[in-house]
Design a protein around this ligand. Structure first.
Ligand SMILES: C[S@@+](CC[C@H](N)C(=O)[O-])C[C@H]1O[C@@H](n2cnc3c(N)ncnc32)[C@H](O)[C@@H]1O
Length: 262
């Protein structure tokens, strides 16, 4: 992690600025997107509904309908994926490390969100959510804003159940496009069919780094990278307390250091 977390904290102000303007102008140049997102009840994205139906395993509830639990990682202030299905019981959970900022903005603008975004960074999802507790994990245009995207994917694998799916959607090579400013420190790409995450310091082929069995489909269309990962086996290691303590120590140190440098 070295000082990448400290660098990440420096991107918070610009992200806050973006969303502050987004609320004040009702969506900047994306007025339709604003109108959609502030609606409290919205049908889940059709593609995500299809993925859920294909992997249904949960026993139906008393009403005979299947039950699904979905996590939107890096959801922003108002998750865009929707929050109900006409023929299933659906729970959508939205998570983002800037949840406190977003909650404040939502309240200030008198909005009642369908799903209120709660605090959790991608890199430590399993600290906040039970292992194997989601049928689907979704993340769009957010993991490439994180401080350790590969760890984020591994944590998504921890909280999704075996047979469940992770859907990632990101603009191709966004750090290059954004000149490595703010949260834009990682590029996502597809090379020879493989999912590659890179920046000026490192380059990883995601398929080589995942510690469970999985199936992956990577595609690129109109400079947009989509990855569909199905978890096929459970983790064998336990993310033991000692490793977690070590990580907590590093994060503590980096937060205080980043705050001291202001
Ligand atoms: C461009 S917005 C995308 C929001 C939403 N997913 C969408 O598609 O509209 C990027 C989001 O990534 C979030 N983000 C930054 N670092 C993150 C991390 N480490 N884990 C999860 N989300 C993160 C930001 O706070 C921000 O809300």
């Amino acid at each position: 992690m070295d000082n990448i977390f400290a660098l990440w904290t420096k991107g918070i102000d610009s992200e806050r600025g973006f969303w502050t303007r987004w609320f004040e102008t009702k969506g900047l140049e994306w007025a339709d997107d604003y109108t959609e997102r502030v609606r409290a009840r919205r049908e889940l994205d059709p593609w995500l509904q299809k993925v859920l139906r294909q992997s249904a395993v949960n026993a139906p509830g008393q009403d005979g309908m299947p039950r699904f639990r979905v996590l939107d990682v890096g959801a922003g202030p108002l998750s865009k994926i929707g929050n109900f299905m006409p023929d299933a019981n659906l729970e959508v959970v939205a998570a983002d490390p800037l949840a406190f900022i977003y909650s404040d903005l939502i309240d200030r603008h008198g909005i009642t969100p369908g799903v209120r975004t709660q605090f959790a960074p991608a890199e430590d999802l399993s600290v906040f959510f039970a292992p194997s507790s989601f049928d689907l994990v979704h993340c769009s245009n957010a993991l490439d804003h994180s401080f350790e995207p590969l760890r984020g994917i591994i944590e998504m694998l921890r909280v999704v159940r075996v047979g469940g799916t992770i859907i990632l959607g990101h603009a191709r090579n966004e750090a290059e496009n954004e000149k490595y400013e703010g949260f834009h420190q990682h590029n996502f790409d597809v090379e020879d069919g493989r999912f590659v995450i890179w920046n000026k310091k490192e380059r990883v082929i995601v398929e080589h780094e995942l510690p469970v069995e999985f199936e992956i489909e990577n595609s690129m269309q109109n400079r947009y990278v989509t990855n569909k990962i199905i978890k096929r086996s459970e983790f064998r290691d336990k993310d033991d307390n000692r490793r977690r303590d070590e990580r907590l120590r590093k994060i503590y140190e980096q937060v205080i250091r980043a705050m001291s440098e202001k």
